[in-house]
Design a protein around this ligand. Structure first.
Ligand code: ADP
Ligand code: MG
Length: 253
């Protein structure tokens, strides 16, 4: 059994009179891809940003890799990778220069071309962020989370708005990152994505965790309870047709 790398106990977040997170508890194991699933407004981003030390909590206890969030937030910052909105990057700099800037900020050295190669953006080294497609921007922002060689990375809806090819390419990147031993926490409201990527998921609705397990176990439990799909399943779906016709290769030039 893997070690617990994140422990969240009774986390509460109030925005004024509104309780966005209502006392949730969960553990993330070292080396897993853990999904926070839920509809819009469920409290996913709030929860993530609190663990990332970017947003104050109302109450609860959070431990990240043995570090207490209340006492050692700066130590936590050193071991996590946080995805920034791509609109936040200096617009005048190209990808190479941005990576060099991040290296300076983190006081780390990575080979910028090696990093760009990992996320399949080597040919775009001299491009500015605004010249990238949606999928390329997402891959670049994932790359920037890796510069400080974090033990955990946080991805908040990384595939929202991407075409099927770009989504799949990002999924493979996320798997590759996990294979290097990095723990991944991801939020999504795409269930196919969660089923493909996540070792375990917590389903969160209106600020409460209503289920938590591996995707397989959650599906088996539902079926064991007598659930059946109302329609006979075909052997493929429209997305399969789309990928079959258009292929896996990225369309971003
Ligand atoms: P999710 O990421 O699951 O869509 P969020 O964590 O962004 O959900 O938001 C949870 C709830 O908290 C929503 O109802 C949202 O409107 C509310 N909320 C989020 N941020 C703020 C804020 N800064 N001030 C007030 N309410 C907020
Ligand atoms: Mg959100």
């Amino acid at each position: 059994m893997a070690n617990t790398i994140i422990s969240v106990k009774n986390l509460v977040k109030n925005y004024g009179n509104f309780q966005a997170v209502k006392g949730i508890s969960f553990d993330v194991k070292e080396g897993e891809i853990f999904g926070l699933l839920g509809p819009n407004g469920a409290g996913k981003s709030t929860t993530l940003e609190i663990i990332e030390t970017l947003r104050p909590k109302t109450s609860g206890e959070i431990i990240v890799d043995g570090l207490c969030l209340d006492k050692e937030p700066n130590e936590i910052k050193k071991i996590i990778g946080v995805q920034l909105q791509t609109s936040g990057y200096y617009p005048g700099l190209n990808l190479l220069q941005l990576i060099e800037l991040f290296c300076g900020l983190y006081n780390r050295y990575v080979d910028p071309m090696e990093l760009l190669e990992m996320v399949n953006l080597k040919e775009k080294a001299k491009a500015k962020v605004k010249e990238l497609s949606g999928g390329q921007k997402q891959r670049f922002s994932v790359a920037t989370t890796l510069i400080n060689e974090p033990r955990i990375i946080f991805l908040d809806e990384p595939t929202t708005g991407l075409d099927p090819q770009a989504r799949r390419s990002l999924w493979e990147l996320i798997k590759k990152i996990r294979e290097r031993g990095t723990t991944v926490i991801i939020t999504t409201h795409y269930m196919d994505e969660a089923e493909y990527l996540c070792d375990r998921v917590a389903i969160i609705d209106a600020g409460k965790i209503i289920a938590m397990d591996s995707p397989d176990k959650l599906i088996d439990d539902l079926v064991a309870g007598g659930f059946e799909r109302p329609k006979e399943m075909k052997m493929a779906n429209l997305e399969d047709v789309f990928i079959h016709l258009t292929g896996h290769s990225l369309r971003e030039g």
